[in-house]
Design a protein around this ligand. Structure first.
Ligand SMILES: Nc1nc2c(ncn2[C@@H]2O[C@H](COP(=O)(O)OP(=O)(O)OP(=O)(O)O)[C@@H](O)[C@H]2O)c(=O)[nH]1
Length: 234
């Protein structure tokens, strides 16, 4: 699924602002967890990453968001996978570069590579598994201790199509999210519920470009932003 390129997109000229740890080419692999915002036809780097418990549906959320596809037989993530999608936000275009990290414990030590320097993290739990909600709290603690200071946190309670067997009340998730200043939404990757809303919520939380900012790099013209991905699922 390709995102549309709004005709009204701003043509304001922003400079590309690069912080030192982001100043890697986007092709250099896992050591450079990039998320980018495309604003006014210019690319601004912004890292983003996904955190999760295993099997909660995080890869499925990314697949639904980027390719509008759901795979019942999706296989577990090994290490991490990477996908991108550009979405309009007001008069800007925001390009998400998403690292989807593996939920299995044996990959835990890789996580800081992806969330360090990230602009946003989505922490996913399964509303039918109370354990996954406890694990989510551990990830939040880790992000607060070791993640970037101003990281935008979003909590996704996935598999809301299975609410008849839910173990985690929405009220609990809302109270917890409020206590840590995070966005919270219940999603279903399977039924495409609240997936766009999740990412729109993140988009809105990313601070706008400073028009007076005079960065150290030239802007990059993005001709025709589209969804793209390297996932195994689709
Ligand atoms: N009913 C339902 N099942 C889902 C949903 N999202 C994912 N699943 C299923 O949950 C299982 C795990 O999905 P994944 O997307 O691989 O989960 P993950 O959290 O990325 O798993 P790891 O890669 O192992 O960390 C798969 O069988 C999916 O089909 C959903 O919204 N509803």
């Amino acid at each position: 699924m390709a995102s549309s390129h709004p005709q009204h997109a701003s043509s304001r000229r922003f400079s590309l602002h690069l912080l030192p740890e982001w100043s890697y080419p986007a092709t250099c692999g896992p050591a450079s967890p990039f998320c980018s915002l495309v604003c006014g036809g210019f690319l601004r780097t912004r890292p983003s990453s996904f955190k999760k418990d295993t099997g909660v549906g995080k890869s499925s959320i990314v697949c639904r968001f980027v390719q509008d596809h759901f795979d019942h037989n999706i296989s577990p993530t090994i290490g991490a996978s990477f996908m991108t999608k550009t979405v309009p936000c007001g008069n800007e275009l925001h390009k998400f570069l998403i690292w989807d990290t593996a939920g299995q414990e044996r990959f835990h030590s890789l996580a800081p590579m992806y969330y360090r320097g990230s602009a946003a993290a989505v922490i996913v739990y399964d509303i039918t598994k109370q354990d996954s909600f406890h694990t989510l709290k551990k990830w939040v603690k880790e992000l607060k201790e070791h993640g970037p200071e101003n990281i935008v946190m979003a909590i996704a309670g996935n598999k809301c199509d299975l609410s008849d067997i839910r173990e985690v009340p929405l009220k609990d998730a809302k109270e917890y999210a409020e206590s840590i200043g995070a966005i919270v939404v219940e999603t279903s990757a399977k039924n495409a519920i609240n997936i766009e809303e999740l990412f729109q919520g993140i988009s809105r939380q990313i601070p706008p470009l400073d028009p007076h900012e005079n960065g150290n790099s030239a802007g990059i013209n993005i001709g025709n932003p589209t969804a793209s991905g390297t996932r195994r699922c689709c």
